[in-house]
Design a protein around this ligand. Structure first.
Ligand code: HEM
Length: 401
């Protein structure tokens, strides 16, 4: 729940204060990233928002890179704004270097471009099936029926969740990402933990080629990973690997629905889809990554003080006019591509090759069956703000032959 009490500590200068509610700012609209950029256009590059417990917000590409590459000052140990008591531990996300490195080594081979390429056929079949389920209807809620379903299927494949669990797992994942109350969130988290426990037990007896079997069998600095470590990594993959892809895909399709010329161009030339996906990733970043200041540090006129929280608004990195010409224009031919939506430095997203492949494959399979479509006029989309931005729905329609 957002705390709206104003907090301005003495080390923050008055000109560094800019009031912005990262959970519910009234200036934000369905064009979430566009209205964000507009709302912060005249804010300092690094500013202190006194809301939500008070925190810094960093909004320029190069400054964000400086922060996330300096874990000795800006620790990933805590990622909640406002700070909470007993924050959960996600591995490797909450471990600063060097602690995170061996865990990244465990994960990396499973998410390398080669590993992703090996999954291409299976992913394509899953995407085709999801699109086929709606193609003849002439209408769908793209978020619910397509963008949310595909990453869950891919995740299950990566983790080695048996296919007969698909519907059960999809329903639980859906419940988790839709949870509003603490009780709903807790209930869904417990169900997810139970599924992973069951799966770990199953794979201990019957190891396969999947990620869980890899976690169970891998040699980790001369020992086996504990159940707690495996669970903490599964949770990061669950949180990081599904909602993110869903949300970027949803915003990118919201954009594409308004651009019939680009739809025709992409349908005629699927070789352009990697550029399309990358431009979507640049324009529609969905993650803001918090850091905790663990030692006093002065830079760029700012006195960062131990205990301050910092939100790196990664979605602003792709809209930075000092790096990108006409940053609010969707242009798949642009040469000045720059964004940090997968972060950079010690926690660079491990799933970036998979995410890019998922976006490309889903767009290709969609355009094969639905080459021309539009948003239903007047339909309410709705969005969620916070450290992960989401579009709630995207009602589309198209003509059926
Ligand atoms: C468009 C989709 C995605 C976006 C925008 C995204 C973004 C990010 C970002 C910004 C971080 C760094 C967070 C930080 O520094 O605090 C991160 C970390 C991570 N992501 Fe992704 N991600 C996406 C998809 C995925 C997928 C598909 C997977 C795998 C299934 C994945 C797995 C991870 C993991 C394991 C980490 C932790 C890395 C570490 O802490 O060393 N992500 N992601």
């Amino acid at each position: 729940m957002a705390s709206l009490a104003h907090t301005i500590p003495p080390h923050v200068k008055p000109e560094q204060v800019f009031e912005f509610d990262i959970y519910a700012d009234p200036r934000i609209s369905d064009d979430v990233q566009g209205s964000y950029a507009e709302a912060l256009r005249h804010a300092p590059d690094i500013f202190w928002s006194p809301l939500n417990g008070g925190h810094w917000l960093v909004q320029r590409h190069d400054l964000i890179a400086e922060v996330v590459k300096n874990p000795a000052v800006f620790s990933a140990r805590e990622m909640q704004i406002p700070r909470v008591k007993n924050p959960p531990l996600f591995i490797p996300l909450n471990l600063d270097p060097p602690g995170n490195v061996p865990y990244r080594h465990v994960l990396m081979p499973k998410f390398s471009p080669r590993a992703v390429a090996e999954m291409e056929g299976k992913m394509r079949a899953m995407a085709a099936e999801i699109v086929a389920d709606v193609a003849d209807a002439g209408t769908c809620d793209f978020v619910h029926d397509v963008a949310a379903r595909f990453p869950v299927s891919v995740f299950m494949e990566v983790m080695g969740l048996p296919l007969e669990k698909l519907h059960e797992f999809r329903a639980i994942a859906d419940g988790f990402f839709k949870a509003h109350t603490n009780e709903e969130y807790q209930a869904a988290s417990q169900q997810i933990a139970a599924i992973f426990h069951e799966l770990i037990d199953f794979r201990r007896k019957a190891p396969g080629e999947d990620l869980i079997s890899h976690f169970i069998t891998v040699d980790f600095e001369g020992r086996k990973l504990s159940l707690e470590e495996i669970m903490a990594m599964c949770t990061v993959l669950f949180l990081g690997g599904m909602d993110t892809v869903t949300n970027v895909t949803a915003f990118t399709f919201q954009q594409l629905a308004d651009d019939p010329a680009l739809q025709s161009r992409l349908a005629a030339d699927p070789a352009l889809l990697p550029q399309f996906a990358e431009e979507g990733l640049r324009m529609f970043g969905v993650i803001g990554t918090p850091r905790l200041v663990v030692q006093d540090f002065d830079a760029h006129g700012i006195a960062f003080r131990k205990g301050d929280m910092v939100l790196n608004a990664l979605w602003q990195s792709g809209r930075d006019p000092t790096r990108i010409a006409n940053p609010d224009r969707f242009d798949i031919d642009r040469k000045d591509m720059a964004h940090l939506n997968f972060s950079t430095g010690p926690h660079l997203c491990l799933g970036h090759a998979l995410a890019r492949a998922e976006m490309r494959i889903l767009a290709e399979e969609w355009l094969k069956r639905v080459p021309s479509f539009r948003a239903i006029p007047g339909a309410h989309h709705g969005f969620r703000m916070g450290t992960v931005i989401a579009l709630k729905s995207l009602p589309l329609q198209w003509d059926i032959a």
